[in-house]
Design a protein around this ligand. Structure first.
Ligand SMILES: Cc1cc2nc3c(=O)[nH]c(=O)nc-3n(C[C@H](O)[C@H](O)[C@H](O)COP(=O)(O)O)c2cc1C
Length: 173
């Protein structure tokens, strides 16, 4: 399948069957993350892979509502970075997230970006909630979590004709 076709079919998938994702697919998804470009090739990110049911269930509480799909997920990849390594860590982490999300969809695995940075779980930040659970160092900042699972419902592909072409400005705005 050509890359545009993969992108056209990619959607956020929030409901999963109980079937676990294969290690082979997980490896490819993580490789897609590791292949991501980063500013000055600093690769400031680290990926925490969570597959234990108990931990995934606890992680579902990391956002007020918005992370509940983790209760049904087979796996999650938590993307964190050390801001001391680069001032573009947010961009670097976002690219890694997008690459893993796209790779997952191309392999028939459902995934969804769960925003972590700037988000809360009650009185605590999502970052501190996950730091306590996953024990990442204080200097690391949370970007986002990618939930992964075999899709129960995969939303329809986009149609190229329906893309918001008016957002493209040629030569000047
Ligand atoms: C930066 C970013 C943050 C997002 N945060 C969440 C989130 O916290 N929870 C969630 O369910 N989806 C989240 N999403 C998924 C978007 O809601 C989704 O991409 C959007 O609705 C378009 O749908 P599509 O991905 O199926 O094209 C996020 C996506 C991005 C790129």
């Amino acid at each position: 399948m050509d890359l545009l076709e993969v992108m056209r079919k990619r959607r956020s998938v929030r409901t999963y069957t109980e079937e676990p994702i294969t290690e082979e697919s997980l490896t490819k998804i993580l490789q897609a993350g590791l292949l991501s470009p980063s500013g000055r090739a600093r690769r400031p990110w680290e990926f925490i892979v969570v597959q234990k049911r108990e931990t995934l269930d606890a992680m579902a509480g990391c956002r007020d509502g918005a992370a509940s799909m983790l209760r049904g997920a087979s796996c999650a990849v938590v993307v964190i970075a050390d801001p001391e390594k680069t001032d573009v860590w947010v961009e670097d982490c976002s690219i890694a997230m997008a690459n893993m999300h796209l790779m997952a969809d191309s392999l028939g695995i459902g995934s969804c970006w769960i925003q972590g940075r700037l988000r809360t779980a009650g009185d605590t930040s999502t970052e501190d909630y996950l730091r306590k659970l996953l024990h990442f160092p204080a200097e690391y900042r949370l970007e986002a979590i990618l939930s992964l699972g075999m899709p129960q419902n995969h939303p329809a592909a986009y149609e190229l004709e329906q893309l918001p072409a008016e957002k493209i400005h040629r030569e000047s705005y």
